[in-house]
Structure formats: structure tokens, C-alpha cells
Design a protein around this ligand. Structure first.
Ligand code: GDP
Ligand code: MG
Length: 300
């Protein structure tokens, strides 16, 4: 290395719901720090993923998909997204190649135009789309005047990701590293553990599950043998939702707990004893405490 000075900065990942922001973040960091699901709006709060590239520490901010907010929870997520983008040194706009220049992406591009800012364009999911369509999409997006550079990537299989990484690394300003060198995320382990269980909820109960279910880690007990006992509460809004999550003779919650535990053991590299509970809490979407637990502003 010729340049011995350290560099450090923030890169905001913005894009329509489902564009692949969380998948890209996990791919960049090399481990799961943000949960992913085929359902839109899985990421609720702001999630950081931290990468070291030579002498640069690159801090990626995964934002909730930006969309037009109606309910309080949506507004809080949008506020978290824009605050992530405006604090960043560089913004990466992720566009789903299959969905193309859709209304969500248009709305985001208009915000960039309004604020006179530029973004690095990453056209994602190139594994799903023909070359001609990619070129067309690149042209259309570059005509908006907000694109500084374009990359074709597949966040899922990693193709093109190292070129993107190289480009954003170059944009990192000189400065001290903001995080310890082995830190990959700023999400507390308890919250990550809750997020993992929420991901399994989405994956196992796709249709039936209300997107408004939430999970909180209520207890975290270190055992002498190196294992950890984790207790989590799943909050739903109605009795009928509780029955769905429990399943016949508790079969559903058992499967949920098993899937979550396997992944928690992988991530934390230790044995995990996971205990899941379900509680009906009417209108948790209006409860400031639940927002705080997710790291969101209630009054956004
Ligand atoms: P986010 O809402 O922008 O965070 O999107 P996610 O990262 O949760 O991804 C949404 C869906 O797209 C998930 O089912 C991912 O597996 C899928 N996905 C993400 N990137 C790619 C990709 O490069 N190729 C393909 N085929 N699927 C992808
Ligand atoms: Mg996401």
C-alpha cells in the first residue's frame, strides 16, 4: 500500500422495496447482517454493514425501501431511509433489473433530482435479465441526470460486486476508522437475533402472516458451558394470528424456533437455546415502546 493514511465513510444503499439492498449488504460484509425475504419491506430500521478494504473502512447503510408512507410505521421507516441517505458520503441506487424503472425507483430518482445529488447506479439481479434489456435500462436511468457511474451486479451470486466495492472505496474520505476493525455491524446481538426470527416468520408463513408482526428479544442469558439461552416474544395483533403462529399442537412455532435457532448458532458461533412466545397486543403499531425496540422514531 502506497497510501498509509486511513479512510472511512458511509455508503447509503437506497432503492425500491425488494431491489436487493439487504442481499447486497450481506454479500458485501460476507455474513448475514440484514434479513432478506421475498416479501417487501422486510428491513425496518437502519442496518449497518461494515467492510474493510485495505486501509479504508466502508460503512454501508441498508435502508428500508423508500415508498410513499401512509401509516405511522411506514412513515418511521421512510424517515430512517432518508436520514441514512443524507448522512452518507456516497449513495448507491439499487435497481431491480427485472422490475426496471418502476414507480418506486422514479420517486427516488425525483428526490435526487430535487436535492441535486448524484448516485452510483447498481443494476441488480442481472442473472435474471437479458443483456439488451440491461443496456436499455442503463440508458434510461442515465438520462435522468442523477447517475455518476453504472455497475451491473448480482447481489445474490456476487457477480460485479467487487467492482462496485472498489468504486465506493475510492470515494471514502480520509479519516480515522469509526468502528473497531473486527466489527461487522452496529446492530446489537439481541436485535439481530430478533430479526432472524422475524425473517423465519416471513419465510414460513408468507401469506398468512401479517407484515405487522414483530419480534423482541426479552432475555439473553449466558450459560457456563458457553451456550446462550434466548427468550423472544412475538407480538401479533389478533388471536387468530396467534393461532396461526402456534400451529396445530404448537407445530408451527416449533418449526419456526428450530429454523431460527440453526441460523443463530451459525451467526453467533455457539450453541443456542431458543424459547419463543406469542403475545397478542392490539395495535402495537401505535405503541411507542415497540418502535423504540426496532430503533425507529415514533413521531417521524
Ligand atoms: P430489499 O428489500 O431491497 O432489502 O431486498 P432483499 O435483499 O430483501 O431481496 C428481495 C428479494 O430479491 C429476495 O428474495 C432476494 O433473494 C432477491 N434477490 C436479491 N438480489 C438478487 C439477485 O442478484 N438475483 C436474484 N435472482 N435475486 C435477488
Ligand atoms: Mg431489505
Amino acid at each position: 500500500m502506497s497510501d498509509q493514511k486511513t479512510h472511512c465513510g458511509y455508503v447509503a444503499l437506497v432503492g425500491a422495496p425488494n431491489a436487493g439492498k439487504s442481499t447486497l449488504l450481506n454479500q458485501l460484509v460476507g455474513t448475514k447482517v440484514s434479513i432478506v425475504s421475498p416479501k417487501v419491506q422486510t428491513t425496518r430500521a437502519r442496518v449497518l454493514g461494515i467492510c474493510l478494504e485495505g486501509n479504508a473502512q466502508v460503512v454501508f447503510v441498508d435502508t428500508p425501501g423508500i415508498f410513499s408512507p401512509k401509516r405511522r410505521l411506514d412513515r418511521a421507516m421512510v424517515a430512517a431511509a432518508w436520514s441514512g441517505a443524507s448522512d452518507a458520503d456516497i449513495v448507491v441506487l439499487l435497481v431491480d433489473a427485472k422490475r426496471g424503472f418502476d414507480p418506486d425507483t422514479r420517486a427516488i430518482v425525483e428526490q435526487f433530482q430535487k436535492h441535486n445529488t448524484k448516485a452510483v447506479l447498481a443494476i441488480n439481479k442481472v442473472d435474471l435479465v437479458k443483456k439488451e434489456k440491461l443496456l436499455e435500462l442503463t440508458t434510461v436511468l442515465n438520462e435522468t441526470g442523477v447517475v455518476s457511474e453504472t455497475f451491473m451486479i448480482s447481489a445474490l451470486n456476487g457477480s460485479g460486486v467487487s467492482d462496485l466495492m472498489e468504486a465506493v472505496t475510492k470515494a471514502m474520505p480520509e479519516g480515522p476508522w469509526l468502528f473497531p476493525e473486527d466489527q461487522l455491524s452496529d446492530m446489537p446481538e439481541r436485535m439481530l437475533a430478533a430479526e432472524i426470527t422475524r425473517e423465519k416468520l416471513y419465510l414460513q408463513l408468507r401469506q398468512e402472516l401479517p407484515y405487522r408482526a414483530t419480534v423482541e428479544t426479552e432475555s439473553w442469558e449466558e450459560k457456563k458451558d458457553g451456550s446462550v439461552r434466548i427468550g423472544q416474544m412475538i407480538f401479533v395483533e389478533r388471536d387468530s394470528q396467534k393461532s396461526i403462529i402456534l400451529g396445530k399442537n404448537g407445530s408451527q412455532i416449533k418449526a419456526l424456533g428450530a429454523a431460527s435457532r440453526i441460523e443463530l448458532e451459525e451467526i453467533f458461533e455457539r450453541r443456542v437455546h431458543l424459547f419463543l412466545f406469542v403475545k397478542v397486543r392490539d395495535k402495537w403499531g401505535d405503541d411507542p415502546e415497540r418502535f423504540k425496540a426496532m430503533g425507529l422514531e415514533f413521531d417521524a
